[in-house]
Ligand binder design. Structure first.
Ligand code: XCC
Ligand code: SF4
Length: 655
């Protein structure tokens, strides 16, 4: 096992302070016993930089880093802080903030681009391992790309050939990243009043790449030095993510791999099986993991696993790749972002297959202590450590690559040491929701029936809608904020839509079963959930699938009775334990789409109070939505509920 590098005893975390999840606590304890270091211990020894946390450290040129701490006792009178070039705290803070948006929008959108590339090669019939699984969705989205779905033949209107539609949608979708003119096409899907607000503020995104590049330009030393103008560009890029790159990623994934519908599964480390070959897929892009699912189910691979002495192959997931294969195939998530090292520490992980985003480099160090094969698969995401195997995935021989990976895992099964410990904790869950299934399960429409979402919001059984999404953060207690906030919301009759690691957490803690309604919900929400047989917390997928929440909100607006825009809805957003730049991009496209959005932990804005007020207060006048931050989970939930009540009052449904 790994030799200790430090001479003195390293500080170790108390597992009970690190997580509310017993499986996580047990595995942290085991890691400490085996002297394998994890993120939880590192969080004890390394403290974050206070000035960076406040958003006021600039390192955009070599005259810096310039750090602008708030004076003791706060600012009285004029704020005279400035960097060498004269950049104010507002400028520095705004530049840092929109660079986070650029990072997040780039990550989501580049993921979308990869999917668009695969879709295009399928449409061109260059890739034979994939096919179009949801032609109905393809026909639904085609008009947004100005692709006709019917054609006139002898004076009659007939459906166009699906392959022709696919080819044109593929080309048009792919062009969204770098087209020279026009604006992002999906912007047209938003409610009209919202589109008008965007036009008025001048923030309609042009194309995905340009908005991100322009952030890098404007935040370069000596360019944009007006926080309002900087933020305008931040808004454009965030909208290019939410209503562009992410939304296209979700749609094309649905077209290629199928639109999710509710299904049963489980969650937590206990889904791994000692007598099976355990393969874990981790990251974000489902392009390869879809093939890994198929390979694991193939008779050939199952027989091979049995030949090696295993009972079968247990595939499970971490992070959003987990969510993608959960939503479409019921593959259980083994855990959230913070459990990635722990899955290897079970000693039962024969291969961890990673693609892009949210992958700890420390996985390589942990894998070294066990027999686990750590396999990177994406050309843009490799690791320097020598024990990492790189098998570059190529959509042109997707199944072949997937089988090679699965075979490698099976061959590794006999190399396991006897010291295996899989925590026994796992929880049943219903996942696989989307706009289509919310509509279907709640009366087949959004309005005009006893069961529908809008009618139940109007009659008050459902008080409002909350989107609770995002990461885990080793600076907070794993899952505690997610679960406390979600429980507080459903107790107060607020239905919760969730994605990302928040959704995995909700699954792990038993909030995604229809039975959860009776235990945790207020009487109104419980009645609705029990009548239609849905959980009070609906799993809407991965982080790019936050676009599903935008579209669900849009459908609710369209169905009528709850105002004319997303900002009129009794709704609020939350990212309780956020950590990634993607969360900032998501947060901001929700704000700019009219949603009051509360983050937990801390936002890097405290050092620039004027810029902070711009985000927390002035944004509301522009878009109807605004930012907020509240680390206390109960207060956090009640800020969301207060906003929901304010909107109910404005709509006159607050009886
Ligand atoms: Fe990563 Fe998407 Fe965050 Fe989880 S929630 S830690 S981004 S996997 Ni998006
Ligand atoms: Fe300092 Fe200005 Fe350079 Fe930033 S851009 S590091 S504030 S001199």
């Amino acid at each position: 096992l790994q030799a200790k590098t430090a001479a003195k005893e390293p500080k170790l975390v108390d597992p009970r302070d690190a997580s509310i999840d017993p499986a996580t606590q047990e595995m942290i304890q085991r890691a400490q016993r085996l002297q394998v270091e994890t993120v939880f211990d590192r969080a004890m020894t390394m403290k974050p930089c206070a000035i960076g946390m406040q958003g006021i450290c600039c390192k955009n040129c070599a005259m810096g880093p310039c750090r602008l701490p708030l004076p003791k006792g706060g600012i009285t009178g004029e704020d005279t802080r400035k960097g060498l070039c004269g950049a104010t705290a507002n400028t520095i803070c705004a530049r840092n903030f929109i660079r986070m948006i650029a990072g997040g929008a780039a990550a989501h959108s580049d993921h979308g681009r990869s999917v668009a590339e695969v879709f295009r090669s399928v449409a061109r019939k260059e890739s034979h391992d994939y096919s179009i699984k949801d032609p109905i969705k393809l026909v639904d989205i085609a008009p947004y790309f100005d692709v006709a779905t019917t054609v006139e033949v002898d004076g009659k209107t007939v459906d166009r050939d699906i392959d022709e539609i696919a080819l044109e949608v593929a080309e048009a979708a792919y062009a969204e990243w770098g087209k020279p003119e026009g604006s992002i096409k999906y912007v047209k899907r938003a409610p009209k009043p919202l589109q008008e607000k965007w036009a008025q503020e001048g923030v309609v995104p042009r194309n995905v790449d340009r908005e991100i590049v322009e952030i890098m330009h404007r935040t370069h030393m000596g360019v944009d030095q007006d926080y309002k103008n900087l933020m305008k560009q931040g808004t454009r890029a965030a909208l290019a993510d939410g209503w562009g790159g992410s939304m296209i990623a979700t749609d094309l994934q649905d077209v290629l791999f199928g639109t999710p519908s509710p299904l049963q599964s489980e969650a937590n480390l206990g889904v791994m099986k000692e007598d099976h070959v355990n393969i874990i897929v981790h990251g974000h892009e489902p392009v390869l993991s879809e093939m890994v699912v198929a390979a694991c189910q193939s008779q050939e691979m199952i027989a091979y696993a049995q030949e090696k002495g295993a009972k079968g192959i247990q595939l499970s997931g971490i992070c959003c790749t987990a969510n993608e294969v959960l939503q479409r195939h019921g593959v259980p998530p083994a855990g959230t972002f913070l459990q990635q090292e722990l899955a290897i520490i079970t000693g039962a992980c024969d291969a961890m297959v990673v693609d892009i985003q949210c992958i700890f480099q420390n996985l390589a160090n942990v894998a070294k202590c066990f027999h686990t094969k750590l396999i990177t698969t994406h050309p843009i995401a490799r690791m320097e450590q020598e024990n990492v195997i790189h098998i570059e995935f190529d959509e042109h021989h997707a199944m072949e690559d997937a089988k090679r990976i699965v075979k490698m895992a099976i061959d590794n099964f006999p190399n396991r040491s006897a010291d295996v410990m899989i925590p026994r904790h796992k929880t049943a869950q219903i996942a696989g929701f989307g706009v289509e299934s919310i509509r279907y399960h709640l009366g087949g429409t959004f309005r005009g029936d006893y069961y529908t979402l809008n009618d139940n919001i109007i009659n008050g059984r459902i008080r409002g809608i909350a989107g609770v999404v995002g990461c885990n953060n080793a600076r907070t207690k794993h899952n505690e904020e997610h679960i406390t906030i979600i429980k507080e919301l459903i107790k107060n009759d607020v239905i919760v839509l969730t994605t990302g690691c928040s959704a995995i957490a909700a699954g792990m803690h038993g909030l995604m079963t229809p039975g959860a309604a009776a235990v945790h919900c207020g009487p109104g929400l419980a009645e609705v959930c029990e009548t239609v047989g849905i959980p009070p917390v609906l799993h809407l997928g991965s982080c790019v699938d936050n676009s599903r929440i935008l579209l669900a909100a849009t459908e609710v607006v369209r169905a009528g009775g709850l105002g004319n825009d997303i900002s009129d809805l009794p709704a609020a957003g939350s990212a309780p334990e956020w950590m990634s730049e993607k969360a900032i991009s998501i947060g901001h496209y929700f704000v700019a789409s009219g949603v009051y959005t509360v983050f937990g932990y801390s936002l890097p804005l405290e050092g620039a109070p004027v810029f902070k007020d711009y985000l927390y207060k002035d944004m509301e006048r522009m878009y109807g939505g605004m930012w907020d931050c509240e680390p206390d989970p109960v207060k956090h939930a009640h800020k969301m509920i207060a906003h929901i009540d304010k909107k109910r009052k404005e709509l006159g449904i607050d009886k």
